[in-house]
Design a protein around this ligand. Structure first.
Ligand code: ARG
Length: 271
C-alpha cells in the first residue's frame, strides 16, 4: 500500500480545558491535566513528522479550549477552503480564527450558510464526500458542500450522541476503504455504507468507545488511539501499519487524533 505524504494543520492545546459540556464525553466537574494534554498532543505531532507529513500550526486563542480540535476548523479540498459555523456558541469564535488562517495561507475561501463543523463531519473517501448530520452539521449544508467542492455528497445520518461527529464513527483508510461502527448510523446510512464500501472494516463498540475510529490514515499507516486494540489488529490483518497514540486527556473533551488534525488538500497537481 502506498502512503501519501500529507499537509496537516494542528492547534497546540495550550488553553485546553473542559469548561462546558456540548457532547456526552465532557464533564466540566472532572479533573483535566492541560500540561499532559500538551505532551500527548506533541507526541501526535511528532508521529506525523516521523511519517513524513508536514504539520502547520495555528496559534491557539485563550478562552477557546476546544480550538485544539483543528478538524472542526474547516474543510479543505483541491485548494478550496470552506469555513465553519459551529452549532454551539462556546465554539463560535474558533471559526473566524481558522478562516483567517486559511485566507493567509492562500486558499480560495467559501463561507458556510448553515451549521457545518468541517472535517469533523465531512470526509473525502475516494470520489465521494461523506457528510455527517444528526447532531452538529446541518443537512442543509451538504448541498453547499457539493456545490463548492464538486464531489457527490453522501449524507450519513448519525444516531448515537457519543458519536456526534462523523469522524468519531468512521475512518477513511484509503481511496477505496473505510472503517466504521455500523450502530452509529441510521439503517439507511448503514445500507449506503455497505453498498459503497463492501470491504469496509467493521469496528466494535469497544473500539468506538475509546474513540478508536477517530484515526488518521495516509493510505498505509493508521494513527489511532492506543486503546483501540481490536481495531488495530483488524487493520494489521488488512495490511495497514498501525501506530497507537495516547490522547486520554483530549478524550475528556470527546476528541482523538483525527479531531486534532485537519488535512489541507491542495489542488489536483499536488494532492
Ligand atoms: N469538545 C469538542 C466538541 O464537542 C470536541 C470536538 C471533537 N472534534 C471532532 N472532529 N470530532 O465540539
Amino acid at each position: 500500500m502506498d502512503a501519501t505524504s500529507q499537509r496537516l494543520l494542528m492547534c497546540r492545546p495550550t488553553y485546553f480545558a473542559v469548561d462546558y459540556a456540548i457532547n456526552p464525553w465532557m464533564d466540566p466537574s472532572g479533573p483535566v491535566d492541560a500540561a499532559l494534554a500538551v505532551r500527548q498532543w506533541e507526541k501526535l505531532r511528532q508521529t506525523y513528522l516521523d511519517l513524513g507529513h508536514t504539520v502547520e500550526e495555528i496559534t491557539p486563542v485563550p478562552g477557546l479550549p476546544d480550538m485544539v480540535f483543528a478538524a472542526n476548523g474547516g474543510t479543505v479540498i483541491d485548494g478550496k477552503a470552506m469555513a465553519v459555523q459551529f452549532r454551539d456558541p462556546q465554539r463560535a469564535d474558533e471559526a473566524p480564527a481558522y478562516r483567517a488562517w486559511f485566507e493567509d495561507a492562500g486558499f480560495e475561501m467559501y463561507d458556510p450558510k448553515h451549521v457545518n463543523e468541517g472535517e469533523g463531519d465531512v470526509l473525502l473517501a475516494g470520489d465521494h464526500l461523506l457528510a455527517g448530520t444528526g447532531f452538529r452539521t446541518a443537512h442543509a449544508s451538504h448541498a453547499q458542500l457539493q456545490e463548492v467542492f464538486g464531489y457527490p455528497v453522501i449524507t450519513m445520518e448519525l444516531v448515537d450522541p457519543r458519536f456526534y461527529h462523523l469522524d468519531t464513527a468512521l475512518t477513511v483508510l484509503d481511496e477505496r476503504t473505510v472503517a466504521y461502527l455500523p450502530e452509529a448510523f441510521s439503517p439507511g446510512s448503514q445500507a449506503v455504507l455497505r453498498r459503497l464500501f463492501p470491504d469496509a472494516v467493521h469496528a466494535t463498540m469497544a473500539d468506538a468507545e475509546v474513540l478508536g475510529l477517530n484515526a488518521v490514515s495516509d493510505g498505509r499507516h493508521v494513527v489511532l488511539p492506543a486503546q483501540a486494540t481490536d481495531l488495530a489488529a483488524k487493520l494489521r490483518v488488512r495490511g495497514y501499519e498501525t501506530i497507537g497514540v495516547d490522547l486520554s486527556e483530549l478524550r475528556k473533551a470527546g476528541g482523538g487524533p483525527k479531531c486534532c488534525t485537519l488535512r489541507l488538500r491542495q489542488g489536483k497537481a499536488s494532492k
